[in-house]
Design a protein around this ligand. Structure first.
Ligand code: 5GP
Ligand code: ZN
Length: 102
């Protein structure tokens, strides 16, 4: 997917500092944050949306490990946080991503 903005970020074609990188995913701040902490958790593989995740169970496990670490590192357990995945017309970037909002 040549013209996918998140693929370009992941390939380094658009410079971006990752907060975290593993074999399967990267995390970086949302360019237009809608919370004090607004992180995007993005699989390196181009998956168009949550409905195309198939049987990639290990990817979901890794994503929720990132969530757990964010909650811990930011002391959010007694605070509010949300994990959001948009789909259909509510999804603007057609490369699967989880919003972590704290
Ligand atoms: P969606 O509506 O697809 O769930 O959310 C896409 C999100 O990606 C939006 O919150 C938007 O601010 C963010 N975004 C779009 N383009 C870029 C970009 O080039 N860099 C970063 N860091 N975030 C982006
Ligand atoms: Zn992509």
């Amino acid at each position: 997917m040549n013209d996918c903005i998140f693929c370009k970020i992941i390939k380094g074609e658009i410079p971006k500092k990752f907060d975290f990188e593993s074999e399967k995913l990267v995390t970086f701040p949302d360019i237009n944050p809608s919370a004090d902490i607004h992180l995007l958790i993005v699989p390196k593989e181009h998956i168009s949306g949550i409905d195309e995740i198939g049987d990639r169970g290990q990817l979901l496990v890794e994503i929720y490990k990132v969530v757990k670490r964010q909650v811990k590192d930011n002391n959010l357990r007694d605070n509010s946080y949300r994990v959001v995945v948009n789909g259909g017309k509510a999804q603007h970037v057609p490369h699967l991503h989880f919003h972590f909002l704290g």
